[in-house]
Design a binder for this molecule. Structure first.
Ligand SMILES: [Zn+2]
Length: 327
């Protein structure tokens, strides 16, 4: 490793080989994937109004179905008509809509199928992007199954010691929660590892990548950690924005816009200031799948990741997670 939790020389080489020119002579790329946990019209609408006014196009995940397990809701679903109408409106303005699973809790194969059909009938197409939610047993290759070899065993031991013993079986064909084949057929990109560096592409220079050990996912991608408003503002500080610009890299922030970005109807002042600053820089502000499609077209990009690369990526993520608690 060149530095603690930094990237190794091999990754530096891949990063340099796969450097890409951004369209429209832009000098870096930036986008956000918004995890829909806790989202309601009241607590996320002002965020999208700001981003769209600034020309920053991002990806919002949704739950097509309301959960049958929880009361009250853990965030609105597309079964909520005013929320659905708003989601359709921001989609028309350039926000990409992805899914965060079928509903806020576990869904069996039939419900997963129903949710994708519902998404298709409401949006006119299947989602291109999927992020897995911790409360869903149908998660695909999640929990310890995100990792291989000794990293997997270390992860497993730590989680058992912490009393976290969640099982995910969306990729196991003998499970009632199996929908891996449907995911493979319908969905292009699935989010995996999250890093604390603002330059996501530098942490995972091969993304998006296919991992043959996890065939039900066509392509995985990484993200940078902006879990709540404080974390987001630290990640997009003025100095990190400048660093991203100078490096010519790409940042995909993983966040929850329902987590403190709007209080009593008002936008978080620091978040607003930082986004206005960012919008003034020559960045390419497009949704996640547009950014990933572009990365797939760059010279030197390989569809299938080298197993040695994946081992280094997994260890880098695991060590960072143990030290900083990123997801
Ligand atoms: Zn979630």
């Amino acid at each position: 490793m060149t530095k603690r939790l930094g990237i190794s020389l091999s990754e530096e080489r891949i990063y340099q080989t796969c450097r890409t020119d951004w369209p429209l002579s832009k000098r870096f790329a930036f986008t956000v994937i918004d995890d829909t946990d806790g989202a309601t019209l009241e607590n996320v609408k002002p965020v999208y109004e700001l981003l769209l006014a600034l020309g920053i196009h991002t990806t919002k995940t949704v739950w097509p179905l309301v959960s049958t397990e929880t009361e009250p809701e853990e965030g609105s679903s597309l079964e909520n008509v005013p929320y659905l109408e708003w989601v359709r409106a921001i989609k028309r303005q350039g926000v990409e809509i992805g899914i965060h699973g079928a509903a806020s809790r576990s869904s069996d194969r039939l419900r997963s199928q129903e949710s994708l059909n519902r998404f298709h009938s409401l949006m006119g197409h299947y989602p291109q992007v999927y992020t897995i939610h911790v409360g869903q047993q149908e998660g695909i290759y999640w929990g310890e199954d995100r990792l291989s070899g000794s990293a997997r065993w270390l992860y497993k031991i730590i989680h058992r010691l912490k009393g976290h013993d969640r099982a995910y079986s969306g990729h196991k064909s003998n499970s009632p929660y199996f929908w891996g084949d449907i995911c493979q057929e319908r969905i292009t990109y699935v989010r995996n590892l999250v890093f604390s560096d603002v330059n996501t592409l530098k942490m995972d220079p091969a993304m998006p990548y296919h991992d043959p050990r996890r065939p039900y996912v066509r392509y995985w991608f990484s993200a940078s950690d902006g879990a709540d408003v404080n974390c987001f503002c630290r990640l997009l500080s003025a100095s990190n924005q400048d660093r991203l610009l100078e490096s010519g890299g790409a940042c995909i922030v993983y966040t929850h816009f329902a987590s403190g970005f709007v209080e009593n109807g008002r936008l978080h002042a620091e978040f607003k200031r930082l986004m206005e600053r960012l919008a003034g820089l020559p960045g390419w502000f497009v949704p996640v799948s547009t950014l990933l499609d572009h990365l797939r077209s760059r010279p030197g990009w390989k569809e299938t990741a080298d197993p040695r690369y994946l081992t280094r990526l997994e260890w880098r993520w695991l060590l960072q997670k143990l030290l900083t608690g990123t997801s």
